[in-house]
Structure formats: structure tokens, C-alpha cells
Design a protein around this ligand. Sequence first.
Ligand code: ITT
Length: 202
Amino acid sequence: SKVVLATGNQGKVKELAHLLAEQSIEIVPQSEFGVPEVAETGTTFVENAIIKARHAAKITGLPAIADDSGLEVDALNGAPGVYSARYAADITEGEVTDDDNTNKLLTALANTPDELRTARFHCVLVYMKHENDPTPVICHGIWEGTISRTKQGEQGFGYDPVFWQHDLQMSSAQLSREVKNKLSHRGQALAKLVEKLALATS
Ligand code: ITT
């Protein structure tokens, strides 16, 4: 069955498409339908994921999966949180890049000692059968780590170069997609979603 993937983020597409393809769910990126960006006006990951899934379902007439995610940093009282994608917007002219965001984060934590640099990624995945689906399927995954003092690794996207896995002694940008998917907030949310969709459609 065809499902539109309601994201403009290529990093997310790479991580999600692979696992969903194994479920005989045919994922169509929303770019193929020219779905325009929608304002993420929610104050929670759940609200924003529903806004994006509903918008894509409305425009394409297909069921939709959306991902709203972000980084919660304890020393910053939970920031950047739902604003993770646009964290550095206030100090950047034009498009905010992943590098702008990670640089701002490293600066904000410059005086934070190692033991207080704890953080976690959240990912909320939402599946909506159609734009007026009254019972969206909502799944949440969390991935714990710490914020390093330098960027390391070239894989992944977003804050991966500064998201440190102490057990592995690697940043999440140094993990292969397969290993990141096994551990990550997105991989965990997706495993739950796959299970729920299998039940819902069986
Ligand atoms: P869409 O709304 O089009 O899906 P977006 O990038 O705007 O794309 P979000 O609003 O959900 O998505 O912002 C999530 C941000 O959190 C993302 O841009 C990254 O900076 C960060 N992020 C989420 N998951 C991540 C991951 O696995 N690794 C690194 N950074 C991640």
C-alpha cells in the first residue's frame, strides 16, 4: 500500500524509507507531489507531527506518516526541543543549516561541565489514514546521549556530530545507518509504528 512520507528532511527520509520498504509499505516522498511546507505551530512533537501528516494526506489523498523530532538538552532546560530545526534562526541570515544549529549549541554549552551535558533525542511518528482520521497512530522513541565539545563524524544529519554515545565512544554521526536505526529515537518509534500498523491492517 502507498503511504506519503510527510517530511522535507532528506536525513529522515533515508532512515525511515529503508525500514518501511521492508514492511511492503510503498513510501512516496511528499516532494513527488509538490506538497508545500506547512507552519509547525504546535508546542509539542505530537501536535507538529499531526499537523504535517494531516497536511500531506489532505494534499495527496493518501495515508501519511510524519516525523517530528528534536533534541532536549538538560543544561538548557529542554531547549532546543520542538525548535531544534530552527534553533540558530536568530543568529543566521537566510536558511538555517545543521552546522549553524550545532555551532550555536556548542557555544551555548561552552561553560557546561561534562557531567551536566546530558541530552536526548525525541521522535514522534504519526500515521493518519486520511486527513480527517480521528484516531491517528502515534509512536514515540527516545535516545539518550551527551553533547560533546567538538563535532565528529560525517554520517546522519542534524545534531548527530555532537550527540555522543558514551558506551560506543562515538558520535551518532560516526554510526552506520543500520546501527543508528537500531538505537535511535527514530528507529525505536518506527519499530513501534510497524507493529501497530501490522495489527491495524491485519
Ligand atoms: P520536516 O518537518 O520536513 O520533517 P525538519 O528538519 O523541519 O523536517 P523537525 O521540525 O522535526 O524536522 O526538526 C527536527 C530537527 O531535530 C532536525 O532538523 C534535526 O536538527 C534534529 N534531529 C531530529 N532527529 C535527528 C537525528 O536523528 N539526528 C540528528 N538530529 C536530529
